[in-house]
Design a protein around this ligand. Structure first.
Ligand SMILES: [Fe+2]
Length: 143
């Protein structure tokens, strides 16, 4: 599986090939480029640095039957939200299919979301966030 980036809205698509159209902004395939290294990963997954703690999404899932309330904080140490440096968007995926795009403005007190999701048998949740200065970061969890 590869990662493809939408040149218009910045969405990351997970798949073997780019999508026919962007699931977020609906532009056609030619706007996507393959970039397997675009998402930053922590040097040590068991011991995040301070910079990693400010960017890696912190996910809490509270399941109720076939739905769940998902709380997402960026990050374990709250990331700043200023016009110069902020979390621009948060995309949420179930089994690699995007189910939510949260567009954030620097006016927010912190980069945080609570969303209700339909689990529909999904096995994995994935959250990708984009910092306007530090790029893409991801966290995943079992459902
Ligand atoms: Fe940042």
């Amino acid at each position: 599986m590869n990662t493809f980036v939408c040149g218009v809205c910045g969405h990351i698509y997970f798949g073997d090939d780019s999508p026919a159209q962007c699931p977020i902004c609906h532009v056609p395939r030619e706007n996507f480029s393959a970039n397997p290294d675009i998402i930053k990963t922590p040097a040590d997954p068991n011991n995040f640095s301070e910079g990693e703690k400010k960017h890696i999404p912190d996910i809490t899932v509270s399941k109720q039957g076939d739905t769940a309330s998902v709380t997402i904080d960026i990050g374990e140490i709250p990331h700043v939200m200023t016009p110069e440096h902020f979390i621009a968007f948060i995309d949420v995926y179930l089994d690699n299919k995007v189910v939510f795009r949260g567009t954030l403005k620097p006016d927010l007190a912190k980069a945080s979301l609570v969303i209700p999701v339909k689990l529909a048998g999904a096995k994995e949740i994935k959250v990708v966030e984009n910092c306007n200065v530090h790029g893409y970061w991801m966290e995943r969890g079992e459902l």
